[in-house]
Design a protein around this ligand. Structure first.
Ligand code: 5BU
Length: 250
């Protein structure tokens, strides 16, 4: 993030490999991370993974497969390592719902730790009526604190720093907060998504990374110049908000 002066992650939710790769190559210079939903790609094959890894090296970004694991340890270990997608082989980070309890972390870390991977826990969601609130969110943060060897942060709507900690604790968390539901032009979509601006997310809510999907490629996945321009716009908005937060804290 510091090297590229970017706290922008782009979520590339398209169904054709050609569009997927073209968008990533266009946004690559502006992002610290590319988020994928590899199971929506209709013409997936192993060569796509190789091309994605090549782009990650070319543009210096981290790959995050947004798999949202949510099952027992044994099953998630298999889903993470095996099947068609073999996510652990190529995705630097992935994420999981804390709903099954700590065993989901043990299951995933049995596969991911030896490969040097990291995990994000979903402690909140961006959608209207989300159930990940209150004590659920607190317990998610406690689960993360108990597994710092593998859990590197959260998908959440605000910083999780200090959440669920006893008062007067001097301990500091050092977790990342990555935040979806970010848009500069729309307030939401027709299916419950809610958008806030990079400023609200980074400056007011203390998050670290903005995750933007349709705000960047939404008009037409073929309009590469427009996509590049939007990525630059979001990168600048995200980084400015971050710098303002840091200087306000100094
Ligand atoms: P959008 O096009 O910027 O709305 O895409 C947002 C992406 O982030 C999409 O891939 C979702 O699956 C993902 N997401 C989200 O929108 N909200 C959440 O709370 C979580 C993930 Br967790």
């Amino acid at each position: 993030m510091e090297r590229k002066k970017s706290n922008l992650a782009v979520s590339v939710d398209v169904t054709k490999s050609k569009d997927f790769l073209a968008i990533i190559d266009a946004v690559g210079p502006f992002v610290c991370l590319v988020k994928t939903h590899v199971d929506i790609i209709e013409d997936f094959d192993q060569s796509l993974v190789q091309q994605l890894q090549d782009l990650s090296i070319k543009h210096d970004f981290v790959i995050f497969e947004d798999r949202k694991f949510a099952d027992i340890g044994n099953t998630v270990a298999l889903q993470y390592s095996s099947g068609v997608h073999k996510i652990a082989n190529w995705s630097h980070i992935t994420n999981a719902h804390p709903v099954p309890g700590p065993s989901i972390i043990s299951g995933l870390s049995s596969v991911g730790l030896p490969l040097g991977r990291g995990l994000l826990l979903l402690s909140e969601m961006s959608t209207k009526g989300a159930l990940a609130v209150g004590s659920y969110t607190q317990e998610a943060v406690r689960m993360a604190r108990a597994h710092r060897d593998f859990v590197i942060g959260f998908i959440a709507q605000r910083t999780m720093e200090g959440i669920g900690m006893q008062e007067n604790t001097v301990d500091k968390d050092d977790f990342l907060t990555l935040t979806p539901g970010v848009g500069l032009d729309a307030k939401g979509d027709a299916m419950g998504q809610q958008y806030r601006t990079p400023r609200q997310v980074i400056l007011e809510s203390g998050c670290d990374v903005i995750i933007v999907g349709r705000g960047i490629y939404g008009k037409d996945p073929g309009l590469v110049d427009e996509i590049r321009a939007q990525a630059k716009r979001y990168m600048e908005a995200g980084w400015e908000a971050y710098q303002d937060r840091v200087s306000a804290q100094a």
